[in-house]
Design a protein around this ligand. Structure first.
Ligand code: SF4
Length: 376
């Protein structure tokens, strides 16, 4: 399990190593074709800031070589904001008093139909708060079954599940799982996640192993930028990704670096990452792992997403609503956080084409699920 691997790394020593990187370390990393975590630390360090142009060129070349000039499009569907956790930075926090919504199967179907009118989406991300009693595996299974006829590719971003539950959901059409560790700082994790199931650092961290063991086709990872030192957090995530690649080598991976957005929680970020730093991190991840999918959501603004669309990003959302039922059935429900890019899917796609990128709405077919199931 990755928790044993993480024990080998000291948080403060990692921070010190990153801050001690020199231009020689950066230049060495930029000449290598297979990078290790030391090289990654060099590329995200302050010492790499003067090399941003060079990193951008390398990132663009690798991305075009591995992914072509494409951006895969997806849309999130929040199906409940009911949550038993108390994450201090989130508007869905259990202590926040507001009317909770759990969409019924009929409402989920209406949302699917409304999304289909927004654009030719085939990649759907189903998102929930964490309420195992009211919106547990049975509920998720039903939701997947309802969405299946409308979308080719179904991914969930929900509470960490058991291996058996992940397996069970793959039989109902699940292709991918996204889970954000939020922070790899074990000692400070509980400050942000004081109660509920999410307060169990180990259970969340080892959830990625359970996804791998269950044969989930694609695993999405992320840390929430705004909690702890971002350079140290993403280094731990890069180590985690390397571990998962070696252990569950048949699985595909994506990474995401969500910057904290305003929410009903009122939480103010402890650290702020500039656009330039996010660009540096994106290039560093691409150079470190040429095959990883790098995803930008509508948390980022339209102009910045356009700027990054040709330089390393491979997946984008568009037209997103972060309240359950936000497309049709509960348009006044509480959103999880405020989005930055409110451009319509058409506008996002048009801009991508203008930038020489082809928006890809469908890159998976149900028939692959059958092949996957047979080989697992
Ligand atoms: S971040 Fe997720 S688990 Fe935490 S309070 Fe918000 S919805 Fe619940």
């Amino acid at each position: 399990m990755f928790s044993d691997v993480l024990d080998q790394y000291d948080w403060n020593a990692t921070t010190d190593m990153i801050m001690a990187m020199t231009s020689a370390d950066v230049e060495r990393a930029l000449t290598k074709s297979h990078l290790d975590d030391h090289d990654f630390m060099a590329l995200i360090s302050p010492a790499a800031a003067p090399y941003l142009e060079q990193m951008a060129r390398k990132s663009r070349a690798i991305t075009e070589q591995r992914f072509g000039k494409t951006i895969s499009m997806f849309i999130p569907l929040y199906i409940t904001n009911s949550c038993t956790n108390s994450c201090v930075y989130c508007g869905f926090n259990h202590h926040n008093k507001f009317k909770r919504v759990i969409l019924t199967p009929e409402e989920i179907e209406q949302e699917c139909k409304a999304i289909k009118k927004l654009g030719p989406f085939e990649n759907l991300l189903l998102v929930t708060g964490e309420n195992p009693k009211l919106a547990g595996t049975d509920y998720l299974e039903k939701a997947l079954q309802v969405c299946r006829p409308y979308f080719s590719n179904l991914t969930i971003e929900v509470m960490p599940l058991s291996t058996d539950d992940y397996k069970r959901l793959t039989y109902s059409g699940l292709n991918g799982v996204v889970c954000f560790q939020e922070t790899y700082n074990r000692n400070r994790y509980k400050i942000y996640h004081p109660a509920g199931m999410k307060s169990n650092f180990e259970w969340r961290l080892n959830g990625f192993d359970r996804m791998g063991m269950a044969g989930v086709h694609k695993i999405g990872m992320g840390v929430l930028i705004g909690l702890e030192d971002w350079r140290t957090d993403v280094t731990m995530m890069a180590r985690h990704l390397s571990y998962l690649r070696k252990t569950y080598w048949r699985t595909k991976y994506s990474v995401n670096f969500p910057r904290m957005r305003p929410s009903e929680s009122g939480f103010q970020p402890n650290v702020v990452m500039s656009d330039r730093e996010l660009a540096q991190l994106t290039f560093a991840f691409r150079i470190f792992d040429p095959d990883v999918d790098i995803s930008y959501s509508t948390r980022e603004d339209h102009k910045f997403r356009n700027n990054m669309a040709t330089l390393g990003v491979t997946t984008m959302s568009a037209g997103s609503r972060t309240e359950p039922g936000g497309y049709a059935t509960h348009v006044d429900a509480l959103e999880q956080f405020a989005i930055s890019d409110s451009a319509s899917p058409d506008m996002v796609a048009e801009d991508l084409r203008r930038l020489g990128r082809e928006p890809v709405w469908k890159d998976w077919d149900r028939v692959f699920d059958i092949a996957d199931a047979k080989s697992n």
